[in-house]
Write a protein that binds this ligand. Structure first.
Ligand SMILES: C[S@@+](CC[C@H](N)C(=O)[O-])C[C@H]1O[C@@H](n2cnc3c(N)ncnc32)[C@H](O)[C@@H]1O
Length: 368
């Protein structure tokens, strides 16, 4: 698979048992766990920037599940509470929900309709289709940007992966050219993301980002890498048995990258528009995919498989025949179960809280 992510990436829409909406338990846990970071960022935003009458906030990569409204409702509540505490006048809030054009925005808007519509302060919800690696909003129009579980998706499959034959992402066996190609693509994409948000945020505006990452510079056995290695093994088994053509495996690569905290902080400093308030890894493990939290199903890999399938099935359908997907994911589930029986890999997330520099903060940094 080559080309831009825009045309092939979206989570599985709708609301049925296989949808992203019903399989985003780990994403929900991450949102709950990162709430204190957002609360602190909003507190800071209004302590230093009290005057706006209309507050504009954006959730980038909102997808079609309940998580997006979970986070925007929380942000509205936090803004309202913070303004009351600081005795600032009430305001109206514009909420922008962004994702790629293939996203099931209809499901998001239906969820909005089901939600009680008596937000105080008054909120105006907007859908913004487009890639967050491009400009999405007018100059200095946003006060706060949030993005969870989205920035590990690249804008395209990196170029130069011809030698990545048996893997579909990075693996410990990958040649160094493949590692460099993934690193370079992430470098370009994340830098563009920062550059565009730096234009769109007001000076002093806040941004809280969470993405999958890794703590070691070596590509090893962390949960994210293992996930894709096991899927590649399932596909490879199907090649050996003649269900999939070898070339289909060799030409398939995932437009994904899980960076280290160090890579991220270097890119933020190189871009130069933001101050880092907070940057740290957060560890969960594969049992956090379990939506029902019953120990019964803990080790059979079912929930990890369902979550992965709801995220990458639309992309797989652009490359593989639909008829082989049940078999592929059933093999994948068995491999996950075997792996979980031995050890349960940790899934690293990186949480970043940034503040756009003001003229004063830029000057004081230069003075030091
Ligand atoms: C795993 S979902 C996360 C959704 C939600 N934020 C959550 O925490 O549950 C990742 C979302 O990012 C979106 N996405 C990926 N690349 C994007 C891009 N370049 N621009 C906008 N959205 C993007 C995907 O379409 C997908 O809906």
């Amino acid at each position: 698979m080559g080309g831009r992510t825009t045309s092939v990436l979206h989570m599985k829409g709708g609301n049925d048992e296989s949808s992203y909406a019903k399989n985003s338990s780990i994403q929900e846990k991450v949102i709950v766990m990162t709430k204190p970071i957002r609360t602190r960022a909003i507190d800071d935003l209004f302590s230093n920037n009290p005057s706006s009458r209309t507050i504009c906030i954006a959730d980038l990569g909102c997808s079609s599940g309940p998580t997006s409204l979970l986070v925007t409702s929380e942000l509205v509540e936090t803004i309202s509470r913070t303004r009351r505490r600081l005795a600032l006048e009430s305001q109206e809030i514009q909420v922008f929900l962004n994702d790629l054009p293939g996203n099931d925005f209809n499901t998001v808007f239906r969820l909005l309709q089901e939600k009680d519509n008596h937000d105080v302060p008054r909120c105006y919800y907007n859908g913004v289709p487009g890639s967050f690696y491009n400009r999405l909003f007018p100059i200095e129009s946003l006060h706060f940007v949030h993005s969870s579980y989205s920035l590990h998706w690249l804008s395209q499959v990196p170029e130069g992966l011809e030698n990545n034959k048996e893997s579909i992402y990075l693996s410990s066996k990958c040649p160094s050219s493949v590692k460099e190609a993934y690193h370079k693509q992430f470098h370009n994409d994340f830098s563009m993301f920062l550059k565009h948000r730096a234009v769109e945020l007001v000076p002093g505006g806040g941004m809280v980002l969470t993405m999958q990452g890794r703590t070691s510079t070596e590509i090893g056995n962390d949960g994210c890498v293992t996930n894709y290695e096991l899927l590649a093994e399932a596909i490879s088994d199907m090649v050996s048995e003649g269900h999939i053509q070898e070339q289909e495996l060799h030409s398939f690569n995932i437009p994904y990258y899980n960076p280290t905290p160090n890579e991220i902080s270097t890119l933020i400093q190189e871009e130069g528009s933001f101050i880092i308030d907070h940057l740290e890894p957060l560890e969960l493990d594969w049992t956090d995919y379990n939506v029902y939290e019953t120990p019964l199903d803990k080790n059979d890999g079912f929930f990890v498989m369902k979550s992965m399938r709801s995220a990458i099935e639309p992309m797989l359908l652009h490359h593989f025949d639909e008829g082989i997907l049940d078999d592929m994911f059933s093999r994948y589930q068995n491999k996950i179960a075997n792996c979980m029986a031995k050890e349960i890999p940790g899934v690293t997330h990186i949480i970043i809280s940034l503040k756009k520099k003001t003229m004063e903060s830029s000057a004081s940094i230069q003075d030091h």
